[in-house]
Design a protein around this ligand. Structure first.
Ligand code: URP
Ligand code: ZN
Ligand code: ZN
Length: 462
C-alpha cells in the first residue's frame, strides 16, 4: 500500500519546506519536491494544499485505567487512545504502577493486559516503583531489556507512592548502570502532608486550598533534591509536570552546569491557574491536579522556559476523573479529591492556538516539544518524532486555521467535563496517520481499537 501526502508544507523540529511525503505500508519512504517526476504512483493521495505536515504528537505522560485516590482514572486504553488520536497524538507512554508488595513484573504484565486489544495508537510504558528493594532493583534490568527504559519515583504522596531519598538514590545508580532514566515527581510530600493537615484543621476544605497548601517552595526543594541526588549518582533525571518558576530555576542551574537534567511541563500549567481552583462552589475540583495550579502570573516563566529550552517537553499528565462519582469524593475535603485532569486530546490544540498562534513558540518548536524531544529523551527517535525516510508514518495533516470548540460535547475523552469548556481554538488535524493508516479523518475515528503496538524503547542516549 503506497500513500502520498501531496502539496503540503512539511514542518519538523528544524525545517519547514514544501514536500510530498511518500509512505509505503507503515513507513515514510521518501520526501520529494512538489510536482517532481518520481516515477512512483500511489494507491491513496491525500491533498495537503494549504496545510502543514507534521510528526504525530507523542505524549510521554498519561495515566490510563489507573487506580488512584480511591478510584480509577476514567479513560482506559480504548477511550484514551482514541481521544488522543482525535487530538493529533499518535504515541503515548503510560505508567505501570507497582502495587505495594507486588513486583515490577506484575505491574508491567497488568499494564500489558490493560493495553493489548484496546490501544488504538502505539504505546510504551514507564514503571512507577513504589518499593525500591534488592528485588525491584534487579528487575529494572529485565525491564530495560524489554524496552521499558524509564522509571517514575515519587517524593510526594507519603504512604502511597512515596519513596525516600535512599531508595531514590539507589534507583538512580541502577538506572545509570542500565542506561535507564528516572522520572521524578518532585515535591516534598512529607512537609506537604503537615501543611494539608494544618489547613484542614483550620477548616480550609475547599478545592483552592489544594494549591494553597502545596507552595511552590515544596516543588523547588524536591526538584533541587532530585537534581542533587542524580548528580551524586551520575545519572540523568527527568522532572515530570513542572509547574513552578522556583522549581524551574533549579533545572536551569543544573543544565547550565551541563548536567543531563530534563523537565516537562503540561498545558494545565500554561492555561489554567489558581483562579480556576477558586471557582464558585465545587467547580474548582475540576482543576485539582498535583503539583497544583499556580497563580496566573507564574505562567510567563513557564512559557519562557519552553522558549529557551530550559523545559524540553510538553506532555499532559492525563489523569481524568469525572465530577460525578469521582471528584465529588472530596466535597468535604480537598485532600480527598482524586488528583488529575483530562488532557490527552487537547494538548496539541492548546499548544498550537495558545502557543504558536499566540506568538510564544514557532511551529518548529511546537513539533519539538510535543513530539521530537520526547521521542529523543525516551528512546523512540527516529522511529517516532520526525518526518524522515525510515521513520514510522505517524503524521498529522494540520490545518493551521481550522476552528475547533473544546467542550465535553466535542471531545472524546471519557470524562464528564472539560477544563476548557467553550474555548474556541484555531489549528486542528484534518488527517491523523498512525504507521501509515489514516486513523482520524476530518474529525472522525476511521480505524479500530487494538491496532496500537507496544513500543520497545531504547536506553537513554542523549
Ligand atoms: O494530579 C496528578 N498529577 N495525577 C496523576 C499522578 C501524578 O502525580 O502524576
Ligand atoms: Zn506525578
Ligand atoms: Zn502523572
Amino acid at each position: 500500500m503506497r500513500t502520498v501526502i501531496k502539496n503540503g508544507t512539511v514542518v519538523t523540529a528544524i525545517d519547514t519546506y514544501a514536500g510530498d511525503v511518500w509512505i509505503e505500508n507503515d513507513k515514510i519512504v521518501a520526501i520529494t519536491a512538489p510536482g517532481a517526476s518520481t516515477g512512483m504512483t500511489a494507491d491513496k493521495v491525500i491533498d495537503a494544499a494549504g496545510k502543514l505536515v507534521m510528526p504525530g504528537g507523542i505524549d510521554a505522560h498519561t495515566h490510563l485505567d489507573m487506580p488512584f485516590g480511591g478510584t480509577t482514572s476514567s479513560d482506559d486504553f480504548e477511550t484514551g487512545t482514541i481521544a488522543a488520536a482525535h487530538g493529533g497524538t499518535t504515541t503515548l507512554v503510560d505508567f505501570a504502577i507497582q502495587t505495594k508488595g507486588g513486583s515490577l513484573r506484575q505491574a508491567v504484565d497488568t499494564w500489558h493486559g490493560k493495553a493489548e486489544g484496546k490501544s488504538a495508537i502505539d504505546y510504551g510504558f514507564h514503571t512507577i516503583i513504589t518499593d525500591v528493594n534488592p528485588g525491584t532493583l534487579e528487575e529494572m534490568g529485565g525491564l530495560v531489556k524489554e524496552g521499558i527504559t524509564s522509571f517514575k519515583l515519587f517524593m510526594a504522596y507519603p504512604g502511597v507512592l512515596y519513596v525516600d531519598d535512599g531508595q531514590i538514590f539507589r534507583a538512580m545508580q541502577r538506572a545509570r548502570d542500565l542506561g535507564g532514566l528516572i522520572c521524578m515527581h518532585a515535591e516534598n510530600g512529607i512537609a506537604l502532608d503537615v501543611l494539608i493537615e494544618q489547613a484542614l484543621a483550620r477548616g480550609e476544605t475547599a478545592p483552592k486550598y489544594h494549591s494553597l497548601s502545596r507552595p511552590q517552595i515544596a516543588e523547588a526543594e524536591g526538584t533541587h533534591r532530585a537534581l542533587a541526588l542524580a548528580e551524586m549518582a551520575g545519572a540523568p533525571v527527568y522532572i515530570v509536570h513542572l509547574s513552578a518558576p522556583r522549581a524551574l530555576e533549579k533545572v536551569v542551574e543544573a543544565r547550565d552546569r551541563g548536567l543531563p537534567a530534563f523537565a516537562e511541563t503540561c498545558p494545565q500549567y500554561l492555561f489554567c491557574s489558581l483562579d480556576d481552583l477558586a471557582r464558585e462552589g465545587f467547580e474548582g475540583a475540576k482543576y485539582v491536579c498535583t503539583p497544583p495550579l499556580r497563580p496566573r502570573e507564574m505562567q510567563a516563566d513557564i512559557w519562557r522556559g519552553l522558549k529557551t529550552n530550559d523545559l524540553q517537553v510538553v506532555s499532559t499528565d492525563h489523569c481524568p476523573f469525572c465530577m460525578k462519582g469521582q471528584k465529588d469524593l472530596g466535597r468535604e475535603s480537598f485532600a480527598k479529591i482524586p488528583n488529575g485532569m483530562p488532557g490527552v486530546e487537547t494538548r496539541m490544540y492548546l499548544m498550537w492556538d495558545g502557543g504558536v498562534r499566540a506568538g510564544h513558540i514557532s511551529p518548529n518548536r511546537f513539533v519539538e516539544i510535543t513530539s521530537t524531544a520526547p521521542a529523543k529523551i525516551f528512546g523512540m527517535f527516529p522511529q517516532k518524532g520526525t518526518i524522515a525516510p525510515g521513520s514510522d508514518a505517524d503524521i498529522l495533516v494540520w490545518d493551521p486555521d481550522k476552528e475547533h470548540v473544546l467542550s465535553v460535547e466535542t471531545l472524546h475523552m471519557r470524562v464528564d467535563y472539560s477544563p476548557f469548556e467553550g474555548r474556541v481554538v484555531r489549528g486542528a488535524p484534518t488527517h491523523v496517520l498512525s504507521r501509515g493508516e489514516v486513523v482520524v479523518e476530518q474529525g472522525k475515528f476511521a480505524s479500530k481499537k487494538g491496532r496500537g503496538k507496544f513500543l520497545r524503547r531504547s536506553t537513554f542516549g542523549l
